[in-house]
Design a protein around this ligand. Structure first.
Ligand code: UD1
Ligand code: CA
Length: 458
């Protein structure tokens, strides 16, 4: 049996009050639509189709080519959106999931259970439902025992129907051919003059087909996001879900409520995460690390036994035994090797920093390759940019760079070389040599007194 999924992502999301299409808004640092696509990837779905419309390019840009896009040029309703996949799907045999693109908290376990329920009940369609507070403006489920007879949209519902607490969650499973057959009978004769996907339920019933209602307990998993309040609430829910899972896996998260770990981040056992951290993208943190307060790590790989405090790191790899911060910034493909020490106010960009090397304070290392056992003094700057081009600095094993040095790239400091403090180095410093490049000191005897007299005259 082939399995398909259709995600509805063509709407603007007027209530978000934003230029971004709704499904591109992030929940815990990942666009809504990506949450759904990634959950589907954990299942064996043969083809995932995303219906795009409003700002389709922006939506396509955040997804890869493993999904198929179809266009809904005018947003005439959720049923009309699904119809845009008809050319592609309508003749195929199989089961099709239809998912609202604005419900990013759905889990693949729930979708798998939905498909099982659908199959075991021999239904032509199955609706995910949940009991919600009556204030929610969701579609109401009209039941006949196990079967769902129809869905009435909130805006079309009488006061009596609005008292029904079982509501449509916006996730569905259909026999594929039955779905497209029913869609061909849709009309837009309703309060919103839209082609409602939800009308398919009544149509199937009229045609003697049966529709099931799969009730789930956790309404939080399915609630559609229509405004920024709901978006922020979804982030809070997902944050709890993810943090709890890490805690159960043996990660020591000190404050469950004040730690923001995006859904694809991996963290090893015995690692401590202090409050205020934001860990996002494809970040992977090893075992027994200490991530101090207020660190922001994006797409960064941290190996075991690393300590990072109060730092911002992106697109980098930190090998084991290294300690970083407070107040360090590493970006753009840094590779920090084992047992390195990077201290306060150090910035590195596109730099490889060798085993056991140290840069303890106030330094910029950019476009550089630094060997093993190197000591970089306070205030060192790799002068990598001449206003047009970026150039490389190479510092070889066991070199010593004195404080307040400028290394004007391209330049090389060879093995075991020593650069005197305050130098501006523009040429190679050879192996074992000392490079000194600054004016010699002159002392003018007694002149301090002369200066004082001059100042007093003013
Ligand atoms: C929909 C359901 C409602 C359900 C609720 C759950 C319908 C008619 N109603 O209402 O029963 O309780 O979800 O959250 O389906 N979209 C398109 N093209 C369109 C219109 C919408 O792609 O022409 C997409 C939107 O981008 C969104 C999704 O479909 O991702 C749902 O649309 P939305 O307008 O938010 O539906 P609701 O009014 O919330
Ligand atoms: Ca919605």
């Amino acid at each position: 049996m082939k399995k398909y999924a259709i995600i509805l992502a063509a709407g603007k999301g007027t209530r978000m009050k934003s230029d971004l299409p709704k499904v591109a808004h992030e929940v815990l640092y990942k666009p809504m639509i990506c949450h759904i696509v990634d959950e589907l990837r954990k299942m064996d779905i043969d083809e995932t189709i995303v219906v795009v419309g409003y700002q389709s390019e922006a939506v396509k840009a955040i997804l890869d080519d493993q999904v198929t896009f179809v266009y809904q040029n005018e947003q005439l309703g959720t049923g009309h959106a699904v119809m845009q996949a008809a050319d592609l799907l309508k003749d195929r045999e199989g089961t099709t999931l239809v998912l609202n693109g604005d419900a990013p908290l759905i889990r693949h376990e729930t979708l798998e259970a939905l498909m099982d329920y659908h199959e075991q009940g021999h239904y032509q369609g199955t609706i995910v439902t949940a009991h919600c507070p009556l204030s929610q403006p969701f579609g109401r489920i009209i039941r006949q025992g196990q079967r769902v007879e129809k869905i009435v949209e909130f805006k079309d519902a009488s006061e009596e129907i609005r008292q029904i607490s079982e509501m449509n969650a916006g996730e569905y499973c259909f026999d594929n051919q039955a779905l497209f057959e029913a869609l061909s009978h849709l009309t837009n004769d309703n309060a919103q003059h839209e082609y409602y996907l939800t009308d398919v339920v009544g149509i199937m019933n009229d045609h003697g087909q049966s529709v099931g209602g799969y009730v789930i307990d956790d309404f939080n998993e399915v609630g559609g996001i229509n405004d920024r309040v709901a978006l922020s609430e979804a982030t809070a829910i997902l944050k709890q879900r993810i943090n709890r899972q890490h805690l159960l896996n043996g990660v020591n998260i000190i404050d469950l409520n004040n730690t923001y770990i995006s859904s694809d981040v991996e963290i090893g056992e015995g690692t401590t995460i202090e409050p205020g951290c934001i860990l996002k993208g494809k970040t992977v943190i090893g075992k027994h690390c200490y991530i101090g307060g207020y660190c922001e790590l994006t797409d960064t790989i941290v190996k075991d036994h690393v300590e990072i405090k109060f730092s911002v790191i992106s697109d980098s790899i930190i090998e084991s035994g290294t300690d970083i911060g407070p107040y360090a910034r590493l970006r753009n493909h840094c590779h920090i090797l084992e047992n390195v020490h990077i201290g306060n106010f150090v910035e590195m960009k596109k730099a490889t920093f060798g085993k056991g090397s140290k840069s303890a304070h106030l330094t910029y290392i950019g476009d550089a390759t630094v060997g093993e056992g190197v000591n970089i003094g306070c205030g060192t700057i790799t002068v990598n940019y001449d206003g047009k081009n970026k150039s490389q600095t190479i510092i070889k094993d066991h070199a010593f760079i004195g404080c307040n040095t400028n290394l004007v790239a391209p330049v090389t400091v060879e093995e075991n070389a020593f650069v005197a403090a305050g130098s501006t180095i523009v040429d190679t410093v050879p192996e074992n040599a000392m490079g000194i490049a600054r004016a010699r000191q002159v002392n003018k005897e007694g002149y301090a007194k002369v200066l004082e007299k001059k100042r007093n005259k003013k």
